[in-house]
Write a protein that binds this ligand. Structure first.
Ligand code: MEV
Length: 305
């Protein structure tokens, strides 16, 4: 038996979404994590194999090891067992992934989603997407302190999502806004890898520090990114017949979003160069996607380009 989870692309709104603005993400189904489930010998506990990383983990009891790779594979299993309230089963799970690591395409959340699904299937108590999503969020929290929740949501439900983070305060509890939406007018994106890996938690922390140091200026950048995201959604959802302007409008919004992400210090020379090269080759717009300072760029292109 096998479980899966896709990669993801943030179309608009990364970083600002951590601070309460909306963002749009789509699943990237061409790259995926798969988790294959096989029974293991009695008393063997859970074994997680990641042959591409040359890693074999034997999980027999509770563990508090604080290693990132260990956490990426073991923590989802621990969370799944805790949610199901069951002792360690005997099972072997083999994880394979075509999603590049630390490159803004959601590799961590996809590994967690596929692993937690695998544990549920192994003990014949499969998770629904609604029960899985908060568990993957919990894993994300361990990896990078203050995730907005958009990555786990788009990866678990595997559909385009307009997302706004909720807030919890003493006076108000606002849940996340998760609005799946239709892409009325399909469009083509080129995804290009800068070849630099960049852990999301570092750029998220740095943007948080910028905001604390200068809340007025950085808050205004977040607000502008939020406005771009709302305009992008309206453009993507516009009725057929108005689509002639889709590429022009969406491309300009991507360019502006990228410029604002540069101001938030999360671009890099390589990402700027990829965006410029894409535009020079005829793309209607381009931006970094995800945490930034590496990872991937997306460009809006017509299929003939
Ligand atoms: C990462 O894919 C998107 C960020 O906005 C972080 C987050 O939303 O958790 C950079």
């Amino acid at each position: 038996m096998k479980t899966e989870a896709p990669g993801k692309i943030i179309l608009f709104g990364e970083h600002a979404v951590v601070h309460g603005q909306p963002a749009i993400a789509v699943p990237l189904s061409a790259v995926r994590v798969t988790a294959e489930i096989e029974p293991a010998g009695c008393g063997g506990g859970v074994t997680v194999l990641a042959p591409d990383q040359n890693v074999t983990l034997h999980l027999i009891g509770a563990s508090e090891k604080e290693d990132r790779l260990y956490n990426a594979l073991a923590y989802p299993v621990e969370i799944a067992l805790r949610a199901l309230n069951i002792p360690m089963p005997d099972v072997c799970i083999t994880i394979r992934s075509t999603i590049p690591i630390a490159s803004g395409l959601g590799s961590g959340a996809a590994v967690a989603a596929a692993l937690i699904r695998a544990v549920g299937i192994a003990v014949q108590r499969p998770f629904t997407n609604d029960t899985l999503n908060p568990l993957v969020y919990e894993v994300e929290t361990r990896h990078h302190g203050t995730p907005s929740g958009i990555d786990n949501t788009v990866i678990v439900y595997e559909q385009p999502v307009y997302f706004m983070r909720g807030s919890g305060s003493a006076t108000e509890q606002r849940p996340n806004t998760i609005e799946p939406f239709q892409i009325t007018n399909p469009f083509t994106l080129l995804v290009a890898d800068s070849g630099q890996s960049s852990p999301t938690h570092i750029t998220v922390d740095d943007v948080g520090a910028l905001y604390r140091a200068d809340p007025n200026r950085i808050g205004a950048l977040f607000a502008r990114i939020g406005a771009i995201t709302r305009a992008a959604r309206a453009t993507i959802e516009q009725k057929q017949g108005e689509s002639g302007t889709l590429y022009t409008k969406l491309g300009a919004l991507m360019d502006e979003n990228h410029a604002l992400l540069r101001e938030l210090t999360v671009s890099s020379d390589e990402l700027d160069h990829l965006c410029d090269a894409a535009r020079a080759a005829g793309a209607h717009g381009a931006k970094l996607s995800g945490g930034g300072r590496g990872g991937n760029m997306i460009a809006l292109v017509t299929p003939d380009k």
